[in-house]
Ligand binder design. Structure first.
Ligand code: MN
Length: 230
């Protein structure tokens, strides 16, 4: 059988031990730090977590320039801890959840905030605000066998060396095992899935020429520059 068009190549993320992690899907958790929920005008009342998605091809590696996207005048950074799923499963018990996490990485959930908020206020989908080209910068994925499973540690984001976000992943409203367990009740998790676990307070805009850096204790930092408008 002959393909009528060339199939898209898989997205390959890099691991800290020099291998590739083929990315299957990107799931993201909304509002998972109380102070960020408040800055977005919502109550951090531990209501059930909600999820949105990005295409795997939105992933871009450390060091790569990100073109400033079209159709926005308020493009925001969001520092996040990212989980890399190594073993799939449905209805995963909280007590078993960490067995499904192959590793951890720094990530940046880049967002057209103007379009996201417009969608939110009108009850429309978030895709145009969130599932943006090159909107999922991802640092090296460290295997849990190397760094352990992360439940605390500083997370911070700097724009041009100025700290904009600083928190601790112990402050996640929904923990890593809870996120994996709850997400797996909506979709069967598959090897290669990434989960962006939510951002702390302090989100804000970036523009062409900015240098954006995400740091999480124990993981390799993630640094990207913002290029000219696409
Ligand atoms: Mn986010």
């Amino acid at each position: 059988m002959t393909n009528v068009i060339e199939p898209a190549p898989p997205t390959l993320a890099a691991t800290s031990d020099g291998r590739c992690f083929p990315v299957r899907r990107v799931f993201c958790v909304g509002r998972n730090y109380a102070a960020h929920a408040r800055e977005m005008g919502r109550d951090p009342d531990r209501e059930a977590p909600f999820f949105f998605t990005k295409w795997a091809e939105a992933v871009v590696p450390d060091g790569e320039e990100i073109a400033y996207p079209q159709a926005t005048s308020n493009f925001h950074y969001e520092a996040e801890l990212v989980l890399a799923i190594g073993t799939g499963g449905r209805n995963i018990a909280i007590g078993d959840a960490l067995e499904h996490v192959w590793g951890y990485a720094t990530g940046n959930d880049l967002t057209r905030r103007d379009l996201q908020l417009a969608a939110r206020e009108t009850g429309r989908p978030w895709d145009a605000g969130k599932n943006v080209e090159a909107s999922a910068p991802l640092g090296l994925i460290h295997p849990a066998s190397e760094v352990g499973h992360l439940s605390s540690g500083a997370i911070r984001l700097l724009v041009n060396d100025v700290v904009k976000q600083e928190a601790d992943i112990a402050d996640l409203i929904w923990s890593v095992p809870e996120i994996v367990s709850i997400l797996s009740t909506f979709w069967r998790l598959e090897p290669g899935d990434l989960i962006f676990t939510g951002t702390p307070a302090g989100v804000g805009p970036i523009g062409p020429g900015d240098l954006v850096r995400v740091e999480i204790d124990g993981l390799t930092a993630l640094t990207n520059t913002v290029g000219p408008a696409a």
